[in-house]
Design a protein around this ligand. Structure first.
Ligand SMILES: C[S@@+](CC[C@H](N)C(=O)[O-])C[C@H]1O[C@@H](n2cnc3c(N)ncnc32)[C@H](O)[C@@H]1O
Length: 259
């Protein structure tokens, strides 16, 4: 309980430098080794208990979290991005998800957006190593209006993995950006505050943790409201698994309703 509810630094705009420094470490390692394992974020810890179906379990596989994420990407990208010619990841970090996506759909044009310049540099390195041409764009989700007419608005699909959580309650500008763009279908692998059950002990801890970190709250209710208004359709939403603190890999897929 002390670990779960102890002091935590809340997310927000001053986190940019922390991400910049973190991805710089991955960049330096990847630059030297060219090893894809150097793209796994340092916050993904091996040999840790994970949340699964309302309980904490201890996986047998050492790299269970990144292995499971890889399986999720494979399944959801193939199912929901098939036929999309251009796809963007917002908050692309080291680029590990885009590498996987490019291998699944070699002909798709991919873009990676992140507010950390070391993330854009990582994509440049990835392109050189693997012969890809993923476009890296410096982009702040708190200020998407700065890119109101850029290439990100022209992509047909988008996804996020653990990025929306960083926005706290300040998700409206980015949601509006998505709605105003040509992006038709979106997949989120994100913690969904609204899906936790406060009567379940582990969910109660996850909610408390999300509040302390000032993580995403209200976004999935806003999507439900857009669905009720006939603007979007939620095609899929379910918990899959999570790391120790929360169900960070809850999957939500939505698309715009076109008349
Ligand atoms: C938990 S990491 C996930 C990275 C990557 N999606 C992955 O799965 O490895 C969150 C990412 O969101 C980015 N991010 C957080 N807040 C952001 C903001 N306001 N604008 C752009 N990127 C942001 C961070 O720099 C970081 O790369």
């Amino acid at each position: 309980v002390a670990v779960l509810l102890g002091p935590k630094k809340p997310s927000g705009p001053d986190y940019q430098g922390i991400w910049e420094a973190g991805w710089k470490e991955n960049l330096d390692e990847f630059y030297v080794s060219g090893d894809e394992n150097a793209l796994v974020p340092k916050f993904v810890k091996n040999n840790q208990p994970v949340r699964f179906r309302g309980e904490l379990i201890m996986p047998l596989g050492e790299t269970f979290e990144s292995d499971f994420v890889s399986v999720l990407r494979e399944a959801f990208f193939r199912r929901y991005f098939h036929g999309y010619s251009s796809i963007a990841e917002f908050g692309c970090g080291t680029g590990q998800n885009l590498v996987h996506l490019q291998r699944i759909f070699p002909d798709a044009s991919l873009l990676g957006a992140d507010w950390a310049m070391s993330s854009v540099d990582l994509l440049d390195n990835i392109n050189q190593r693997f012969g890809f041409s993923i476009e890296g764009i410096n982009f702040d989700l708190f200020h998407p209006e700065e890119h109101a007419s850029g290439p990100l608005t022209k992509t047909k699909a988008a996804f996020t993995v653990g990025t929306m959580e960083q926005l706290g309650a300040n998700f409206e500008p980015f949601l509006q950006f998505l709605l105003d763009s040509d992006i038709n279908r979106v997949i989120h692998f994100e913690t969904a505050y609204e899906l936790y059950d406060p009567d379940n002990l582990w969910d109660f801890f996850a909610m408390a943790y999300i509040e302390k970190r000032n993580w995403l709250r209200g976004y999935f209710s806003a999507l439900r409201e857009l669905e009720m208004a006939g603007t979007i359709r939620i095609l899929y939403q379910a918990k899959t698994f999570g790391s120790f603190h929360h169900d960070g890999y809850t999957v939500t897929v939505w698309q715009k309703v076109t008349i």
